[in-house]
Design a protein around this ligand. Structure first.
Ligand SMILES: NC(=O)c1ccc[n+]([C@@H]2O[C@H](COP(=O)([O-])OP(=O)(O)OC[C@H]3O[C@@H](n4cnc5c(N)ncnc54)[C@H](OP(=O)(O)O)[C@@H]3O)[C@@H](O)[C@H]2O)c1
Length: 222
């Protein structure tokens, strides 16, 4: 059998980078991101094929998607998370969060559907605890992750008859550049490599079943 092909968004940092690195052991991994230096480092370290793309640019997304005939694994790890309440948020803040965290994963999935169908693929959405319980002061991000959960669940219902598996993996606080910027005062954070292991487990699950949702929380947290 030929080497399975994986696409990972957010491969230039944090959780996405560790997922790309982990999958590169037995997949041909294509990493999407904006930071060319970080993508180049991952290409050197792990052989991940770099694709510099802004997920908010629909034409760029279409052009990347058009280069794939077959995709076995699609992991949506990219996101922005800036702290806003409804009161302090500007319209542009909503746009940025929803375009990056909601519209882009939906659109990239749509564009890749023919290639995903060919492989009876696994699609993984990296969500968050904030996708089930809105985090105080983090309303926009939380709303975007609730929406992402609905997309994953809807896709699963629509694509299950075609043998495509759709999973949500929801990390808790995790040690990443984005997590550091976000702050939050957590006493313990998960290692992003552990989240990557969880994604590997999801995409390699025995073929009779699908892991629909998985939470990865720091050990000292409930
Ligand atoms: N860290 C945590 O504590 C935590 C907890 C729960 C859930 N999560 C989720 O885990 C995922 C990864 O988070 P992280 O902590 O690893 O964040 P991170 O270190 O900030 O990385 C975010 C990634 O998203 C990419 N990205 C953002 N906007 C983009 C755009 N417009 N176009 C292309 N790429 C874009 C970034 O690419 P560039 O840098 O190249 O722009 C970067 O690779 C996210 O879905 C997040 O919601 C994280």
């Amino acid at each position: 059998m030929s080497t399975p092909i994986a696409i990972v968004t957010g491969a230039s940092s944090g959780i996405g980078r560790e997922i790309a690195r982990n999958l590169s052991a037995d997949h041909e991994v294509h990493g999407l991101g904006r930071n060319e230096q970080n993508l180049a480092a991952l290409a050197r370290d792990a052989g991940v094929v770099p694709h510099t793309v802004d997920l908010r640019d629909n034409a760029a997304l279409a052009s990347v998607a058009a280069s794939f005939d077959r995709v076995d694994v699609l992991v949506h790890a990219a996101a922005v998370f800036e702290r806003h309440t409804v009161e302090d948020a500007q319209y542009e803040d909503w746009q940025k969060h929803f375009e990056t965290n909601v519209f882009a994963p939906a659109e990239l999935t749509r564009l890749l559907l023919p290639a995903l169908r060919r492989a009876e693929a696994n699609i993984v959405f990296i969500n968050s605890g904030a996708g089930r319980r809105s985090v105080p002061g983090h309303t926009i991000y939380s709303a975007s992750k609730y929406a992402l959960l609905a997309i994953a669940d809807g896709l699963r219902h629509d694509l299950a008859p075609e043998n495509i598996r759709v999973s949500t993996v929801s990390p808790g606080p995790t040690q990443t550049p984005g997590g550091d910027r976000d702050g939050g005062g957590y006493t313990q954070k998960s290692d992003p490599r552990t989240v990557a292991e969880a994604v590997r487990w999801v995409v390699t699950a025995p073929g009779d079943s699908q892991i629909t949702e998985l939470w990865v929380r720091p050990r000292n947290e409930g």
